[in-house]
Design a protein around this ligand. Structure first.
Ligand code: SF4
Ligand code: FES
Length: 254
């Protein structure tokens, strides 16, 4: 059952459900709005209903103009990040029943420019990700040789494998207090990926990557708040990756 201010009872007629929440959706179009406003809908949910499904329910039955980005609906593509009750989360991976609240407020991710409503621009995230060279670097002569595989031991894989789970959702950058105050900060997502490749025994790009992150808007701007690691939906620990990278720069690791 959904209700939205300005819509008649007839228009809000929907299937009955014993459980409902008040879903508050932030609406903002930078082309003609000075500030955001919330639209409120009463929506039904079951134990398994996700926040994304509730938003899509509103789009389907009441206001198809609500802007939200999503694709996989299974916490894989990294598209549906947003602030849910004040915390960066994936909408497709957050069940309403787990929020323990009768009111669910959804807003665009912090620290990202808004395209419209819940959709934000990812350019900064993708640019900083690209900046740290997110690929294995080898000598051209090696790649042209007959050796096609660069094998690793389980111990070598263990050094970086959790960082390879990053889906570039940007939740860590959204939670980061330094991202909020330094528009040029490279950010926890890119730093975690710098560590992912630096720690990979097959890679030979460590020196160039360390040079990239060792600048005035780089790794030393991190205050180790740790909020990045708290919100990651894939178990990546950017805060730890940043500390381990500092170990390389300070000569504690090689
Ligand atoms: S480290 Fe985690 S929170 Fe950050 S972009 Fe990758 S998957 Fe998302
Ligand atoms: S829709 Fe792909 S991560 Fe949520």
């Amino acid at each position: 059952m959904a209700q939205v201010s300005g819509i008649s009872d007839e228009q809000t007629s929907t299937p009955m459900s014993s459980n409902t929440i008040l879903l508050r959706i932030s609406r903002f179009n930078p082309e003609h709005d000075d500030s955001s406003q919330f639209m409120e809908f009463t929506v039904p949910y079951e134990r398994w209903t996700t926040v994304l499904e509730a938003i899509l329910d509103v789009k389907k039955r009441f206001d198809h103009s609500v802007a939200v980005r999503y694709s996989c609906r299974q916490a894989t593509c990294g598209s549906c990040g947003m602030m849910i009750n004040g915390k960066p989360r994936l909408a497709c991976f957050t069940k309403i029943s787990e929020l323990n609240s009768n009111v669910v407020t959804v807003e665009p991710m912090n620290n990202f420019p808004i395209i419209r409503d819940l959709a934000v621009k990812f350019e900064r995230l993708f640019n900083t990700h690209q900046k740290i060279k997110p690929y294995l670097i080898r000598d051209d002569s090696e790649l042209e040789s007959d050796e096609k595989e660069f094998l690793q031991s389980p111990e070598e894989v263990e050094q970086y494998i959790q960082f390879a789970n990053c889906i570039k959702c940007g939740l860590c950058n959204s939670a980061c207090p330094t991202m909020a105050t330094d528009s040029s900060f490279v950010g926890p997502q890119a730093l975690a990926q710098a560590y992912r490749y630096v720690a990979d025994s097959r890679d030979k790009g460590k020196d160039s990557r360390l040079k990239i992150i060792d600048d005035s808007h780089g790794i030393w701007r991190c205050h180790f708040a740790g909020s990045c690691s708290q919100v990651c939906p894939k178990g990546v620990d950017p805060a730890m990756g940043i500390q381990l990278l500092r170990g390389y720069l300070l000569g504690f690791r090689s």
